[in-house]
Design a binder for this molecule. Structure first.
Ligand code: AMP
Ligand code: MG
Length: 413
């Protein structure tokens, strides 16, 4: 069957996103939710601080007893006890007395200020106070930070360290999120060997399953790297079927171009549920997307060349995973920069040129060659220049769209 006419990057992405639904909401332990979006708004059930407490190590006092204190005419008070954080037996301060109090310890009833150690002789039985505090000085008031009933996190807020710390402070042990997409990553190719294994004259190490598994994990997914499947349709289908039970998404690499042994196409085409075709981009022209198995698990069949596989992940898989997790924006935002060198580009295809982006200078420099096998250049790049389909040449100094590869998105990991 001849391949159809190429579709645009946007057409392919739109079809993918139309077929992807946000995953179910469940509550997760706080640390498991790092990088995910709050699926529901969170309202404080308690106030923070929960009780009036001391902001300093010092003495809790009644203002009326110490209001006249100066260094020339200090006030002397008996010390009736010590109140520690988490060790606060003394709950009422009698008139005419002081109590030692530590930072974070509850201020006893009757006391209305804390005199820091620095203004006293630090006495144990009696204390000399050299300076009068003002009303409420060095007391952190209950509810001054968060008041019970406050909306503290809107739905969709990405849960980073500060948000998780707040939830824990409010007493939440779990938080409602969309669970992490479980992504199964499969590499196809009879030439592939696991890293660490010896190579023959015709074999190479499987870089893609690590590249794609790492990209999926960084996007926030729970990843199962299955590794290598040989170029035999039965073996591919068997591996796929075994994995489907634990997959929200399957990502494969290789076996989708025009070769004689294109295993993924050969295995999946007969199912009729996976679209294969060219997308008008370079690298990354041969793409496939559809559903497999009784659970209609979305499958991305990415091309085998490593640069193609990685940029296909960026353009199509990453937005799908983010939609599943309820993270926005779905796609990494592009920026503009000035080209440091002139470039050329083939007509009719969107070209993605590996590059270095200098944000401070507002410039972008192409790095390495255009070959989609060049993993050294890929690791060296931190962005790609996006050259539109109808542009065939750009001069140095031209303003271009740039897709950063590591920045611009909240959430995930
Ligand atoms: P294919 O699309 O299967 O024909 O693969 C295209 C090119 O990518 C071939 O040179 C493959 O050897 C190479 N390739 C495919 N899969 C991988 C992989 N997992 N790691 C590194 N290179 C790969
Ligand atoms: Mg192959």
């Amino acid at each position: 069957m001849p391949d159809p006419q190429p579709i645009t990057v946007e057409e392919h992405l739109d079809r993918v996103l139309a077929a992807i639904e946000p995953l179910a909401v469940s509550t997760q332990p706080l640390l498991d939710a790092l990088g995910l979006a709050a699926a529901e708004p969170v309202t404080a059930g308690v106030s923070l601080p929960g009780f009036d407490n001391s902001a300093m190590d010092g003495y809790a006092v009644r203002l009326a007893d110490v209001v006249s204190a100066t260094s020339d005419a200090p006030v002397h008070l008996p010390v009736v006890g010590a109140i520690g954080a988490g060790a606060a037996d003394l709950r009422d301060l009698p008139e005419g007395t002081a109590a030692k109090i530590m930072t974070g310890a509850p201020v006893p009833a009757g006391a209305d200020a804390v005199v820091p150690y620095e203004w006293t002789d630090r006495g144990a039985e009696h204390v000399r106070i050299d300076r009068a505090p003002t009303e409420g000085q060095h007391v952190r008031r209950a509810g001054e930070d968060v008041t019970a009933g406050d909306l503290v996190l809107e739905a969709g807020t990405v849960l980073g360290p500060r948000q998780l710390g707040l939830l824990a402070s409010l007493g939440h042990a779990r938080v409602a999120v969309r669970h992490r997409p479980r992504v199964v990553v499969l590499s196809t190719g009879s030439e592939l060997r696991e890293p660490g294994q010896p190579l023959g004259h015709d074999s190479i190490h499987d870089g893609n399953s690590f590249l794609l598994a790492a990209a999926a994990r960084r996007a926030g997914a729970a990843v199962y790297r299955v590794g290598i499947v040989p170029d035999q349709p039965e073996a591919f289908l068997a591996a796929l079927e075994e994995q489907l039970v634990r997959a929200d998404v399957v990502v494969t690499s290789g076996g989708v171009s025009m070769g004689d042994y294109d295993v993924v196409k050969a295995a999946l085409r007969p199912l009729g549920t996976v679209w294969f075709g060219p997308v008008a981009m370079q690298p990354g022209k041969p793409q496939g997307f559809g559903h497999v198995g009784p659970g209609r698990v979305p499958i991305f069949t990415l091309p085998g060349n490593p640069v193609s596989a990685y940029l296909s992940f960026e353009l199509f898989v990453l937005p799908a995973l983010r939609k599943m997790m309820g993270l926005t924006p779905w796609s990494r935002p592009q920026v503009t920069a000035r080209l440091t060198h002139a470039i050329t580009s083939p007509p009719g295809r969107r070209q993605l040129l590996r590059a270095h982006l200098d944000v401070a200078e507002g410039t972008v420099s192409p790095v390495g060659g255009p070959g989609s096998h060049l993993v050294g250049g890929l690791a060296d790049a931190d962005a790609v220049v996006v050259v539109p389909e109808d542009v065939t040449a750009l001069d140095a100094g031209a303003t271009v769209s740039v897709l950063p590869l590591d920045t611009g998105l909240d959430g995930g990991l």
